[in-house]
Design a protein around this ligand. Structure first.
Ligand code: ATP
Length: 378
């Protein structure tokens, strides 16, 4: 389950200003073309379909996370955008211009890889100045740009050091400085934090997000870590077997997944089966409450943190039903209770330690608000 604090940090307004809420397809609502447009892109490796009919638009300054399990096609899509691979079908446009077959160096973008790939014998400043120098920028100007890029990533004091004299997190920031020194319009990042230990990784997520906001450069960020995507992205693209399953804000992906795959990939939902309720109709019956649904709906999802253990009089808007605790799992700040309610076992998440009376075998009353139930079709 995504850490609730991490998730909500990204969803809440900052500095009292509401976050802009990017729509599922921003391009449709405006006349200027999106920064990046991916149109019906497919890519095969022999008989294997690595990408199938992928559509995506990215706006200037947007932070997009490509999220999905290993082998779903995230890196292949990134490599098509970067120009290291050519799609078999479809088009890729930047600012409305077709770049599907343009070589990588002709694209106004840069890539940060998982391995930092710094030149070990060059100082940090020279590593960063290398790109502008190769592009023909004079030595002094290149050094000035490198200094500015290093300041942006908080390493202005480290320019004289060799990469090996820096920590992993600092080296990754040098790699980032090197990628942004020429101010690309778009930065592609392929699991850039995966070599870092968990604590540093969490800190770098926040730093990277701040740097991205400060620069105003669009990021397309590949990750298989749902928490990372939730914490950083404006929109998440969930991929499965070469296809885009759903594109949406972190809140939409978490609260309103359109498929069972998305619901289960992001967090640990409770999926409640629906029963037939006449021609073309289905329903969920829970604690005397009935949720009607179209027959096409497969199940209703409720997140573990949306189910409460009722102590005393329940609030009027709660649907309540009895259960028996089967298992108690305390991990970090969250305790998950597995509660049997008839045929199903529900996960119930609580912050803090569970009470002494909440032990396996105890009878409890569970409650949920009907609005927390979300119907899923596929
Ligand atoms: P991971 O999270 O493990 O990096 P991914 O989502 O980035 O996975 P890709 O690297 O895009 O996945 O690979 C998608 C599929 O295409 C995989 O099944 C992979 O084995 C296959 N594939 C990728 N590159 C090649 C290649 N050059 N030749 C053959 N098959 C490839």
């Amino acid at each position: 389950m995504p850490g609730r604090r991490t998730l909500w940090r990204n969803l809440l307004p900052r500095n009292g200003r509401p976050r802009p809420a990017p729509s599922a397809s921003p391009a449709r609502t405006r006349s200027v073309p999106p920064l990046l447009t991916i149109e019906a892109v497919s890519k095969r490796f022999a008989a294997h379909h690595a990408l199938r009919d992928v559509d995506l638009t990215v706006d200037s300054g947007e932070f997009i996370a490509l999220l999905g399990p290993s082998g779903c096609g995230k890196t292949t899509l990134l490599r098509c955008i970067a120009g290291f691979l050519t799609p078999d079908e479809g088009r890729i446009l930047i600012d409305g211009e077709d770049i599907t077959r343009a070589p990588p160096y002709r694209r106004p973008l840069n890539t940060v890889f998982q391995s930092y790939a710094l030149f070990p014998h060059m100082s940090v400043a020279d590593n960063v100045a290398y790109g502008p120098r190769r592009a023909g920028v004079g030595r002094t100007e290149a050094q000035n740009r490198a200094r500015e890029a290093l300041a942006l990533v908080g390493l202005e004091e480290m320019g004289g050091r060799l990469p090996r004299a820096l920590s992993g997190g600092q080296q990754q920031r040098v790699a980032l400085a090197r990628a942004i020194v020429n101010r690309p319009k778009l930065l592609l990042l392929d699991e850039p934090l995966s070599a870092l230990d968990l604590k540093l990784r969490r800190r770098m997520q926040i730093e990277l997000k701040h740097i991205q906001e400060k620069l105003g450069i669009a990021f397309v960020f590949v990750t298989h870590d749902q928490e990372e995507a939730m914490a950083m992205a404006d929109r998440i693209v969930v991929m499965n077997a070469g296809r885009v399953e759903q594109t949406g804000t972190p809140a939409a992906i978490y609260r309103a997944p359109t498929t069972r795959f998305v619901a289960e990939f992001v967090g640990e939902p409770n999926l409640l089966p629906l029963s037939p309720a006449g021609p073309g109709r289905a329903r969920l019956a829970i604690g005397g409450f009935e949720l009607p649904a179209a027959a096409a709906m497969r199940c209703a999802m409720v997140r573990p943190e949306d189910i409460v253990i009722v102590e005393g009089m329940p609030a009027a808007d709660l649907v309540t039903f009895p259960g028996v605790i089967e298992e108690v799992l305390a991990i970090g700040p969250t305790t998950t209770l597995f509660v049997r309610c008839g045929e199903v076992v529900l996960k119930v998440a609580r912050l803090g330690m569970s009470g002494a009376d909440l032990t396996p075998g105890s009878a409890v009353t569970l409650g949920l608000r009907p609005a927390a139930l979300h119907l899923i079709a596929e």
